[in-house]
Design a protein around this ligand. Structure first.
Ligand SMILES: Nc1ncnc2c1ncn2[C@@H]1O[C@H](COP(=O)(O)OP(=O)(O)OP(=O)(O)O)[C@@H](O)[C@H]1O
Ligand SMILES: [Mg+2]
Length: 398
């Protein structure tokens, strides 16, 4: 990455100089440039650190840093990753609260960089590039290094990355989920109580990856074809569920324990998508036809159902061990039954993500949302005096 870019995410473990960000909220000229690295010292005592400011390490998985996709990989293979522009929006939010922010890619060089810069807390939004527990990789490093960080630990990240594992836990807790079965091969025998239509998706992906019209299967031939395509394209088992005909509902929160804030619940409105697309919130709706996205926020559910969606969201958040923020996706049938589809323990918080739109629906800015996540983590670590709110109000000792 060249150092003349306006924003750079550090990728090679080398140390930047102390950041030059001001308390004015003005964006930095660059963050953690590789040019600075050569001049910087790995000895924290020698660095020109602004001791009064909280050091926040922004940890990101940037699409352009991803390893080359395997031959024949589907077009949505990088859909979970952030662009540099998005990473900048996170940095800008944190900088606007006056923190000392540096950014690094969530790669093998991260431990070296963290050991040298010694952040007070990490803002981790790393999706990871490869592996069935890719979202758990950076939390694992941070846990091993004894560092503080936002979002799920490695256990919750791995559990929630894997939809079948999540479903087993929810089932244990009596939470309604679709009937499901994991297919390791297209030749597996479908469970006897399955009734078509069924729904096929990759076992551990997100952002609608591998979810398209053909995910709805109406007979055994379609089932076997879709399972075969899913396993081959995404190199992982296929999760087959009963197809729940109903509305797409999603509910987000920030906070921990009983100190949580629920955002207005969203219902996806499928009316503006091309008619040939099935009413499912898959990759075509999320990426190809993003401009056709419409929603009802708050969803017109009435008080009782709204309370139930929130109660379930909170329960799913707690039993899967999530932290700081989360978003639970449901299907709601015409006869009022709620089915949990999944929890996103690292929900998208780009300026265009569902969670951001929910927050904006009640007057928050994107920066408010990013800072609320950091705030939740700081409170969890007993560091409320560094919370963005305290910093903004000037209540923190300089
Ligand atoms: N069992 C099901 N029955 C009906 N529709 C389903 C089912 N599972 C998934 N869907 C549809 O596919 C969409 C995406 O499913 P899911 O939330 O599991 O995928 P994801 O890629 O993890 O999503 P996200 O973008 O939230 O990470 C749902 O919002 C819903 O429209
Ligand atoms: Mg989802």
């Amino acid at each position: 990455m060249s150092s003349n870019q306006t924003f750079t995410v550090h990728v090679n473990g080398a140390q930047p100089r102390a950041s030059t960000n001001s308390l004015t909220g003005a964006p930095p000229s660059r963050i953690g440039s590789t040019e600075d690295a050569a001049a910087a010292s790995a000895d924290p005592s020698k660095r020109n650190r602004d001791a009064g400011r909280l050091r926040v390490a922004l940890l990101v998985s940037i699409d352009r840093n991803a390893p080359p996709a395997p031959q024949g990989a589907p077009y949505d293979i990088l859909a979970e990753l952030d662009s540099e522009k998005t990473a900048y929006s996170y940095a800008a939010a944190l900088l606007s609260r006056g923190y000392d922010v540096q950014a690094h890619e969530g790669n093998v060089h991260l431990p070296e960089w963290l050991a040298a810069w010694q952040p007070d807390i990490c803002f981790n939004v790393c999706e990871g590039f490869v592996g069935e527990s890719r979202e758990a990789q950076v939390p694992g490093i941070l846990e091993m290094m004894g560092l503080r960080y936002t979002g799920p630990g490695p256990l919750a990240a791995a559990i929630t990355q894997d939809k079948p594992t999540t479903q087993r836990i929810l089932h244990y807790h009596g939470i309604r989920i679709p009937l499901f079965q994991v297919f390791e091969s297209p030749d597996d025998t479908p469970r006897a109580d399955f009734a078509y239509p069924l729904f096929v998706k990759p076992a551990h992906e997100g952002t609608g990856m591998g979810i398209r019209n053909t995910s709805i299967v109406r007979n055994e031939r379609q089932l076997r074809d879709q399972v075969a395509w899913t396993i081959e394209s995404y190199r992982q088992p296929a999760l087959v569920e009963s197809y729940i005909d109903g509305k797409d509902i999603t509910c987000g929160l920030v906070g921990n324990g009983n100190d949580v804030h629920f955002f207005p619940i969203t219902e996806v409105d499928f009316s503006a998508y091309p008619p040939e697309l099935e009413p499912i919130y898959g990759v075509q709706q999320k990426l190809d036809y993003a401009d056709c996205y419409r929603n009802k926020c708050p969803a017109p559910l009435g008080d009782k159902l709204t309370a139930e969606v929130r109660r379930l969201t909170h329960q799913v958040f707690k039993v899967t061990g999530c932290r700081d923020y989360g978003r639970v996706d449901f299907r709601l049938t015409d006869d009022g039954k709620l089915y949990v589809l999944e929890i996103n323990s690292l929900p998208g918080i780009t300026p265009h993500s569902d969670l951001t739109l929910m927050a904006e629906a009640e007057g928050w800015t994107h920066a408010d949302l990013v800072c609320a996540v950091l705030d939740a983590a700081l409170k969890r670590y007993g560091m409320a005096e560094f919370s963005p709110v305290a910093v903004l109000n000037g209540s923190r000792a300089a």
